[in-house]
Structure formats: structure tokens, C-alpha cells
Design a binder for this molecule. Structure first.
Ligand code: ATP
Ligand code: MG
Length: 265
């Protein structure tokens, strides 16, 4: 017979860890990081759901989705259930709810609703027990979609491009996270800052890493993602890097980053 202790430990085990990949700066590696961390978590035997919460739909095209199926827009506007919208990807154990330009319209509709910061959370709470990890990709802004992503999550992972301008806006991002922690989601924690497009040969990249590490201390991930052409090619083949070129430097770095994510949650 199961004791109450063993029942509760099973329940705890089955609740998904939700991570939002956020940085209002564009093109810093949010989508690439979410897709490839997700793929390596899946390869490690975790059941992973990717949620594309960006109208650009880059995450969706990175894993070859079927456009004819409902996506996150249909889910949040209650035209489809989340279960109906979940699709397989080229990686076993890795699933996705896709997105497309329709989500832009949804964000305008959302703005009119009361409690509009909780729309994504309400949907994800229904499927919490189905997944080990839910990874949410956000657009490059601190608007309502990103806010919904943060409210729905346990952790924020901040991809940071190793360039001078990448630091601009970081304090605003941290202020936003603090505001959400104080009001809409007290459980939200910073999982860490992941350095992306790192080029060890440039002094600037090394300085960015040094300064950001001095500020964030153990909240920076050890695995730095190098600038790697294979990582930029993989999405055009609709494949995460593990399926496109598992031996390249970018793949090794994302595999190590996924290991660190497992250690931290
Ligand atoms: P957006 O803000 O538009 O959503 P993003 O932050 O999600 O962008 P990505 O789409 O992941 O950023 O990356 C931006 C571009 O840089 C893409 O073309 C991607 O393929 C490329 N890229 C990402 N990481 C790397 C890397 N480590 N090396 C080389 N190219 C990379
Ligand atoms: Mg993106």
C-alpha cells in the first residue's frame, strides 16, 4: 500500500520544471538555447515540452512542425486544448506547441482581458504532470507575452550574447524579474545567465564574461556557447544540433549546459 509520503513524493516528481528563456534584446540566442537545451534534456531521458511563445515562430521551424495543426494561439484563445496542439519533433521525448504570426493578434486580444498575465500559466498548469520540463521561448520584448512566460515559470534562463551592447537592458530585465517575484509569481527564480556566441579570441567577449560573472557569481553557467556556424545552420534543416551535428563545438557546449540545468533545478 502506498503511504502518504510516497504518494506525495510521486506527485512532486511528476510536476514539470518550467523554464522561460527571456531577454528583451533580439538575436541573443534565446530560441537556439531553448531548442538545444530541450533536445539534450530529452536525450538525457527527460520528457520535454517546448512552448513557442513568440509570433516569429523560430522555435517551431527549428524542429520541423506541421503548420496545419493548432498552435499556442489556438490554445490560449481556447480554440484547441493544449493536448490537441502538442506535436512530436525529430527528437524522441521532445515535443512542441508551435506558434506563428497569429500570436501577434492574440497578444492584442490578451491585453483587453482581466488577469491577462496568467493566460499561459492557466493552460500549462493543466498539463504540469505530463512533463519533466516545459521550456518557453519568448519574443524580444518585455511585453505581455514575455510577462505571461515569466508568470507561468519556475525559473528564468537569460541567454546573454558576449558583446558590449548585450549588457544594455540587462538591468531592466532584472528589475522586471524582481517585480514579478514580488507580485505575480513569488516562486520565480533566476536559473542562470548563459553566455552565447562566445568567441574566446576576442578581448571584449572575455571582458563581458568576467564582468557578468563577477556580478552574477554562481548564477552564470560554466558552459559557454561558442559562436559556431553549425548551430546557425541546424534550424534551416529543422533539426536541433544533436541531430544535425552532434560532434561540433556548439553541440558539446549545449550538452554541458543541459547537464548544468539538470543539476540546478
Ligand atoms: P529573437 O530575439 O529574434 O527571438 P533569439 O534571441 O531567439 O532571437 P536566436 O534566434 O536563437 O536568437 O539566434 C539569432 C541568430 O543567431 C540565429 O540566426 C541563430 O541561428 C544564430 N545563432 C544563435 N546562436 C549561435 C551561435 N552560438 N553561433 C552562431 N550562430 C548562432
Ligand atoms: Mg527567438
Amino acid at each position: 500500500m502506498l503511504t502518504s509520503v510516497s504518494i506525495s513524493s510521486i506527485l512532486i516528481f511528476m510536476i514539470a520544471k518550467k523554464i522561460v528563456f527571456a531577454n528583451q534584446k533580439g538575436g541573443v540566442g534565446k530560441t537556439t538555447t531553448a531548442v538545444n537545451v530541450g533536445a539534450y534534456l530529452a536525450k538525457a531521458g527527460k520528457k520535454v515540452l517546448l512552448v513557442d511563445f513568440d509570433p516569429q515562430g523560430n522555435m517551431s521551424s527549428s524542429v520541423s512542425v506541421d503548420d496545419s495543426l493548432p498552435g499556442i494561439y489556438e490554445v490560449i484563445s481556447e480554440k484547441a486544448t493544449l493536448f490537441e496542439a502538442v506535436q512530436r519533433t525529430p527528437v524522441e521525448n521532445l515535443f512542441i506547441v508551435s506558434s506563428d504570426i497569429n500570436l501577434t493578434g492574440a497578444s492584442i486580444e490578451l491585453a483587453k482581458l482581466e488577469n491577462n498575465q496568467f493566460i499561459l500559466k492557466e493552460q500549462l498548469d493543466k498539463v504540469n504532470h505530463e512533463w519533466d520540463f516545459i521550456l518557453i521561448d519568448c519574443p524580444p520584448s518585455l511585453g505581455l507575452l514575455t510577462l505571461n512566460g515569466m508568470v507561468a515559470s519556475d525559473y528564468v534562463l537569460v541567454p546573454l550574447q558576449c558583446e558590449y551592447f548585450a549588457l544594455e537592458g540587462l538591468s531592466m530585465l532584472l528589475r522586471t524579474i524582481h517585480t514579478i517575484q514580488k507580485s505575480l509569481n513569488k516562486d520565480l527564480a533566476l536559473l542562470g545567465v548563459a553566455f552565447t556566441m562566445f568567441d574566446s579570441r576576442t578581448r571584449l567577449a572575455n571582458e563581458v564574461v568576467k564582468d557578468v560573472s563577477a556580478y552574477f557569481k554562481d548564477k552564470t553557467f560554466r558552459s559557454k556557447i561558442p559562436r559556431n556556424v553549425r548551430l546557425s545552420e541546424a534550424p534551416s534543416h529543422g533539426l536541433p544540433i544533436v541531430e544535425y551535428d552532434a560532434k561540433c563545438a556548439g553541440a558539446v557546449a549545449y550538452k554541458n549546459l543541459a547537464k548544468e540545468v539538470i543539476e540546478r533545478v
